[in-house]
Write a protein that binds this ligand. Structure first.
Ligand SMILES: [Zn+2]
Length: 256
């Protein structure tokens, strides 16, 4: 069916209006997030694989995710380059800016890609629930050392093994305890790039909500917590977080 000129113009007009409305709504949500960051006294950020896709790493449940592909009988998309060449992206950098502004009280990550530490996050503010592929952990005292050092035995005499947690293995005790503590203390929990379907990931928003914290979810794809989120972003992380942090810095009187 051929659309008349008037109909075509009407359609174009409607879609343009919709686009503008969505853009305006995004601006408003970014604005709100910046204000909440500004007001927060105990900001906790939680990240999953989704924050690293913009650095070229595969996620799990996204359109090209490891599990999405597995469900279709496909193997993970090959990365085509070495891990060392993977760099933090604007999302990681924005979290470092939150740290520099004194706003970030704790960062919990499910990622093993080392990009938070590589971007400059203070190790004392970071829990890596699934370990870190560049680090070994002592099986006796739990101390972490860089894999690049080539050591196999810890100073305490314990054996050094991969710090990356496999399915069914216990999570690092100290990281887990700190994650629970800070989620409980938080007044604002910002989830970035996690579908929150596995525990203990799903426990953190639960703890935060119990403490009456505001919950912000930035994830492309549904999460079981969507109806509890006070603010929800389905947009690309790089289109949201850096802009919210920039606005926060302006509110705080900090300039580049
Ligand atoms: Zn040890």
């Amino acid at each position: 069916m051929q659309l008349g000129m008037k109909d075509r113009l009407q359609r174009a007009y409607n879609s343009r209006i919709l686009q503008l409305a969505m853009k305006e709504d995004l601006e408003k949500r970014i604005h709100t997030l910046a204000e909440w960051l500004y007001e927060s006294r105990h900001l906790v950020v939680f990240t999953g694989a989704g924050i690293s896709t913009e650095s070229g790493l595969p996620d799990f449940r996204g359109p090209d995710g490891v599990w999405t592909r597995r469900d279709k009988g496909l193997s993970p998309k090959p990365m085509g380059r070495s891990w060392d060449s993977v760099e933090p992206n604007s999302g990681h950098i924005a979290i470092v800016d939150l740290q520099k502004a004194g706003k970030l009280k704790f960062l919990i990550s499910q990622n093993v890609d080392n990009l938070h530490l590589k971007s400059g996050i203070n190790p004392d503010l970071l829990a890596e629930l699934h370990g870190n592929m560049t680090k070994l952990r002592c099986t006796k005292c739990g101390k972490e050392v860089d894999r690049s050092g080539g050591k196999t035995i810890c100073g305490c005499g314990g054996r050094l093994a991969s710090s990356v947690v496999d399915f069914g293995e216990p999570l690092p005790e100290n990281d887990l305890r700190l994650s629970f503590e800070h989620s409980r203390k938080s007044d604002l929990l910002v989830v970035i790039g996690s579908s929150l379907v596995v525990t203990p990931a799903a426990d953190m928003p639960m703890e935060a909500l119990r403490s009456d914290a505001k919950l912000v979810i930035m994830n492309q794809g549904e999460t079981p917590f969507d109806q509890h989120a006070h603010l929800r972003f389905n947009e690309a992380i790089g289109d949201v977080l850096p802009r919210a942090v920039k606005r926060l810095k302006r509110l705080m009187g900090l300039f580049e």
